[in-house]
Ligand binder design. Structure first.
Ligand SMILES: [Fe+2]
Ligand SMILES: [Fe+2]
Length: 270
């Protein structure tokens, strides 16, 4: 049975996250044989946004394409990459943000002769950035795709805080997307499953970053922010134990049906 295998990773946080993915990816690729590997890049450069060199580090490690989230515009070096000729083909940001912001919300790739459309959307509950309805935004994206006779494989990175919004969104796209996975909280939820209409779903696939931390950031700097109610900067560790969280999925190339779905949670010392 011809199949396509995909590996997806959540928010890669800072240097430790980048190093952890680079160290672990060869082993994971040998095991899962992915045709496409995607990672969320919103926290790539010291936790805030991305740069060309940090993206290149992950490309060299074996990542093919990048989704992101509300932090992606926070590094001035990275923002122009969202709309430049080279990177905008494989780096996207949430589709449902203010249209004046640079970047694309979807990307279309051809893999094994099949069109794979990666969609990035963000939630609206408890998010710092205003955005339009991800539900209606997806409807518009879906409508544009429906004219494609070839029935593309649609993958969604839904970047959102609230589990309720993510679950509601998963059910909303059930039967349309092949996979909807959550990112942004940096903490994996143990709920990968196939929804009634066939869409593979996981509320949040978790991050790639420091294991002894608060969502990837050095724990004492985070505690200080809560304790003193300051906006003191987060600190990041560049060595120590890291967790590598993601998900592997296999789809039937003809029917787009899910053949296998597995959450990945590994630890690696850097
Ligand atoms: Fe993040
Ligand atoms: Fe985020």
């Amino acid at each position: 049975m011809p199949q396509i295998n995909l590996l997806v990773f959540g928010d890669v946080v800072g240097k430790l996250g980048r190093k952890a993915l680079a160290k672990k990816l060869p082993e994971l690729k040998a095991h899962y044989n992915p045709h496409l590997t995607i990672a969320n890049a919103e926290n790539l450069a010291h936790g805030r946004g991305l740069t060309e060199s940090t993206l290149n580090e992950l490309v060299e490690a074996g990542v093919d394409a990048f989704t992101s989230g509300q932090h992606v515009w926070e590094n001035q070096q990275g923002t122009p990459l969202l709309s430049d000729e080279k990177w905008s083909k494989r780096l996207i940001r949430p589709a449902n943000v203010d249209p004046v912001l640079p970047g694309n919300g979807t990307m279309s790739l051809t893999i094994l002769g099949k069109t794979v459309v990666v969609v990035n959307l963000q939630g609206r509950l408890f998010m710092q950035q205003d955005s339009s309805s991800p539900f209606l935004s997806f409807d518009r994206i879906w409508q544009d795709l429906s004219s494609d006779q070839a029935k593309p494989i649609v993958i969604i990175d839904f970047h959102a805080e609230a589990t309720s919004e993510k679950q509601a969104f998963g059910h909303y796209v059930d039967g349309r997307a092949c996979l909807m996975y959550g990112t942004h909280t940096h903490v994996p939820t143990a709920d990968a499953k196939i929804l009634p209409q066939g869409t593979a779903y996981c509320t949040d696939i978790g991050m790639v970053g420091s294991a002894d931390s608060v969502i990837g950031f050095e724990k004492n700097s985070s505690i200080k922010r809560f304790l003193e109610e300051t906006t003191a900067p987060y600190e990041l560790l560049s060595s120590g134990q890291a967790e590598v969280n993601g998900l592997s999925i296999s789809l039937d190339l003809d029917s787009n049906q899910v053949l296998a779905l597995e959450q990945i949670r590994e630890f690696v010392d850097i």
